[in-house]
Write a protein that binds this ligand. Structure first.
Ligand code: EPU
Length: 422
C-alpha cells in the first residue's frame, strides 16, 4: 500500500486546479440507467471511486467509456442485461446504492446489496426505502440484498423525509422522473451536488423544479433522452485546499472554485482570520503571519458547515490560538482522525459527537494511519504545518476522493511525496 510523506514548515504559493465533484459524479453516473440514449459527463474527476462506479454500471450492462484520460465519461445504457448490484462492489463504495432508484424506474425491478457498516457511522438506507415505497415500490430484504419491484410502474407521491439525506434525495428524484404523475419531495437535501444532478436530469428531458430548496417537485415523463453535462466543481476538494495555506501559511488560488459552494465553511474560515476572495479564476486564500484564531464549528446540512470538511478543520484548529469546540451532527463516528492527530502532538478531548481542541504552537511529524477519506487528507494538512516528517499510511482511502494530492500540493511548494507500496 502506498504512503505519503510530508515534511512540514514550508509556506505555500501558487494555483491548484479544482476537479469535478466526486459526489456529484457518483450520482450523475447512475442517471445513465434512466435512458436508452447516451449520457456524456465532462469534467469528471479521476478517482478510484469513479472506477468503482464504472465497474458497477458495466456489470449491469451499461457501456461506460473513459476518454481524455478520465476527464470525459461517455455512457450508454441501451441494453441493460442485469438488474443486480453485487455485494462485492457495493461493500467497497456505498454510493453504489444510487443505482436502486434509476433501475427501478427504468426496468421496474432492482436487486441491490445493502452496503453494511462504514468507518464513519451506521449509515442505514431506511430513507431511500421509505421514499421508493411511497412511489409504489415493494421492497424486501433477502440474504443481505434489497429486492425492489414496482409492478405496474412507479406513481408520483408526496414524500416528507425525516432528515434531508443527500443519497435518498438523489435516489427518489431519479426514480420520480419516470413515475406517473407528480412527486413532491419535502425536506429534500439542498447540497450543490443535488442541484447538479437536477440540471443534468433536466437536460435529459426531466421536469423538475425547486432544486437547491427543501421542496423539489418532479413531474413524471414517459422517457428521458441523452445529454452532455459538465460536472460541478468539487466543493470538498476546494475546502480542503483552502485549509492548506491557512494551516501552512502563504497564498493559494484555487482555480474553478467558487465561494458560493461553501457558504458556512467560508464564514468560519474568515472568522478564524483567513483571508478569502473570489477572483475571476476561482478562490484566493491566504493567511498572514501568526496562528489562526480558534472558532467553534457544528456540522450541518447545506448551507451549513459540511461534515466532509470537519476533519480538515480539526487539523487547522489543532494549531489555532485558543480552544475550539467541534460538534459532528451528521455522522455518529466521525472523529477517527483525532487519535491520529494526537500522535502529532495535538491536544484533543473527544466526548461522543463533541471534540474540544486546544491549539498548540506547533505539531510534530509522526507516522499516522488514514482511517477514511477525509481523515487521510486532514493528516496531510496537519503534516504541512508540523515540525519534521509525517508519514501517512493506508492512503488508498485518499485516492478514492483526491486526484494526485501530492502533485497538486507539491507544485505549490509543499515538500510531499508518494512512496509506492507493494
Ligand atoms: N441516513 C439515515 N437513513 C438513510 C440515509 C441516511 O439515517 O436512509 C443518515 C446517515 O446514516 C447519516 C446522515 O443520514 O448519519 C447523512 O447521510 P446522507 O444520506 O445525507 O449521506 P450520503 O448520501 O450517504 C453523501 C456523501 C458523503 C457526505 C454526506 C453528507 C456521496 C457519495 N456521499 O453521503 O460523502 O458526507 O452525503 O453530506 O454523495 C465523503 O465524500 O467523504 C462522504 C462521506
Amino acid at each position: 500500500m502506498d504512503s505519503i510523506i510530508v515534511k512540514g514548515g514550508t509556506a505555500l504559493s501558487g494555483q491548484i486546479p479544482i476537479a469535478g465533484a466526486k459526489n456529484a459524479c457518483l450520482a450523475l453516473m447512475p442517471a445513465t440507467l434512466l435512458s436508452d440514449e447516451p449520457l456524456t459527463l465532462t469534467n469528471a474527476p479521476r478517482l478510484s471511486d469513479i472506477k468503482t462506479m464504472t465497474l458497477l454500471l458495466q456489470s449491469l450492462g451499461a457501456e461506460v467509456t473513459s476518454m481524455q484520460g478520465g476527464r470525459v465519461l461517455a455512457m450508454s445504457s441501451h441494453d441493460l442485461n442485469n438488474l443486480t448490484a453485487d455485494y462485492d462492489i457495493v461493500r467497497k463504495m456505498r454510493a453504489s446504492n444510487l443505482v436502486l432508484g434509476p433501475l427501478l424506474a427504468r426496468a421496474g425491478r432492482a436487486v441491490v446489496s445493502l452496503p453494511g457498516g462504514c468507518a464513519i457511522g451506521a449509515r442505514p438506507m431506511d430513507l431511500h426505502i421509505a421514499g421508493l415505497e411511497a412511489l409504489g415500490a415493494e421492497i424486501e430484504l433477502k440474504d443481505g440484498y434489497l429486492h425492489a419491484e414496482a409492478r405496474g410502474g412507479l406513481k408520483g407521491a408526496v414524500i416528507e423525509q425525516r432528515f434531508a439525506s443527500v443519497g435518498a434525495t438523489e435516489n427518489i428524484v431519479m426514480a420520480a422522473t419516470l413515475a406517473k404523475g407528480t412527486t413532491v419531495l419535502k425536506n429534500a437535501a439542498r447540497e450543490p451536488e443535488i442541484v447538479d444532478l437536477v440540471k443534468c436530469l433536466r437536460a435529459m428531458g426531466a421536469q423538475i423544479d425547486g432544486e437547491g430548496t427543501d421542496r423539489i417537485e418532479i413531474q413524471g415523463v414517459d422517457r428521458l433522452g441523452g445529454a452532455t453535462h459538465r460536472v460541478v466543481a468539487d466543493r470538498i476538494e476546494l475546502g480542503t485546499y483552502m485549509i492548506a495555506p491557512a494551516i501552512a501559511g502563504g497564498e493559494l488560488e484555487l482555480i474553478g472554485g467558487s465561494m458560493d459552494l461553501l457558504p458556512g465553511f467560508c464564514e468560519k474560515l474568515q472568522e478564524a482570520g483567513v483571508t478569502i476572495t473570489q477572483t475571476n479564476e476561482g478562490v484566493k486564500v491566504s493567511r498572514a503571519n501568526g496562528r489562526v484564531h480558534a472558532v467553534n464549528v457544528r456540522t450541518e446540512v447545506f448551507p451549513g458547515f459540511p461534515t466532509d470538511l470537519q476533519a480538515q478543520m480539526m487539523a487547522l484548529m489543532c494549531t489555532a490560538d485558543g480552544v475550539s469546540d467541534l460538534e459532528e451532527t451528521i455522522f455518529e463516528n466521525r472523529f477517527m482522525h483525532a487519535p491520529e492527530l494526537m500522535r502529532m502532538g495535538a491536544n484533543i478531548d473527544v466526548h461522543g459527537g463533541h471534540a474540544r481542541v486546544t491549539g498548540v504552537e506547533r505539531l510534530k511529524g509522526a507516522p499516522v494511519m488514514a482511517t477514511d477519506l477525509r481523515a487521510s487528507v486532514s493528516l496531510i494538512l496537519a503534516g504541512l504545518a508540523a515540525e519534521g516528517e509525517t508519514v501517512v499510511n493506508r492512503v488508498y482511502h485518499l485516492d478514492r476522493g483526491y486526484e494526485r494530492v501530492e502533485d497538486k500540493l507539491g507544485a505549490c511548494g509543499a515538500v510531499i511525496e508518494r512512496i509506492k507500496g507493494e
